[in-house]
Ligand binder design. Sequence first.
Ligand SMILES: C[S@@+](CC[C@H](N)C(=O)[O-])C[C@H]1O[C@@H](n2cnc3c(N)ncnc32)[C@H](O)[C@@H]1O
Length: 285
Amino acid sequence: MPDLLLHSLAVFEPLITDLLETTGARQVAEIGGEGGLFTQQLVAWADRADGEIHCVDPSPSPQLDRLARSAERLRLLRVASPAAFEQLPSLDVCIIDGDHNYWTVTSELEALDDRLHDGDRPALVVLHDVGWPCAHRDSYYAPERVPAEALHEHSYNGGAVPGAAALQETGFSSAGQWAWARREGGPRNGVLTAVEDFLADRPTLELQVVPAVFGLGVLFASGASWAEPVRSLVAPYQHELIARLETNRIELYLEVIRLQHELERRSRVHQLQLDRHMAVDGRER
Ligand SMILES: C[S@@+](CC[C@H](N)C(=O)[O-])C[C@H]1O[C@@H](n2cnc3c(N)ncnc32)[C@H](O)[C@@H]1O
């Protein structure tokens, strides 16, 4: 994803650190570490709070690899979730930001079900990408890791555009990093759909959403001793203005992409015209 776009959980560090402190967390997992931008912030928290970070990523970047070699409180698991849960300890907080599709997120939440419902010491789950574009559209880093019957028809080409169910020629594209489900919406499609379906059968859990930087979900037992302080931490970020700024941010970003495509198209046409002139010139000499 281009650096121009804010997309890392690092943006939410002050809020997530407060959530870790308020819930008294020690064992924390980050599913999906990418460049380690947010992982290094978690490590800084773990150093202060005597915590331990378990980062799960089947394709860690060189930066994340380096961080794992130098940070004592970080354990890097080079495996894919949800299988990785077999190697994780009992977690206090799990931050889900790996493969953004219905099957993977559902499997991750199911793996955390007992901990979410633990009456004495319930876990809290943070989920990235509960907003557009992944809310109701699956994406697949590695389609072969998802059971065939859970895969939607998908493509590495085309981009997502708000309000359009089908992928468009220009839009929010992955530059080949992951495949998009060809259509948005419908059953068993997307991260938020997975969370909502999970909650439908579990009335004692609740979801609080921050509508910024592709949407942050905070999922926990309503009866947890720290539930009210957690709601109070999230509440200032739930303002309508923040949702509008996110809509505007995405519109502006897509406009930049559209202009880039237009520029590329025009320079191709220009180059063709130039080549033709040169060929004619050459014949006339
Ligand atoms: C959106 S990035 C994570 C960004 C990071 N959490 C941050 O905030 O800076 C997603 C990462 O998940 C990893 N990933 C993809 N499929 C995964 C899976 N099944 N389990 C764990 N990680 C996965 C990818 O390799 C990628 O590095």
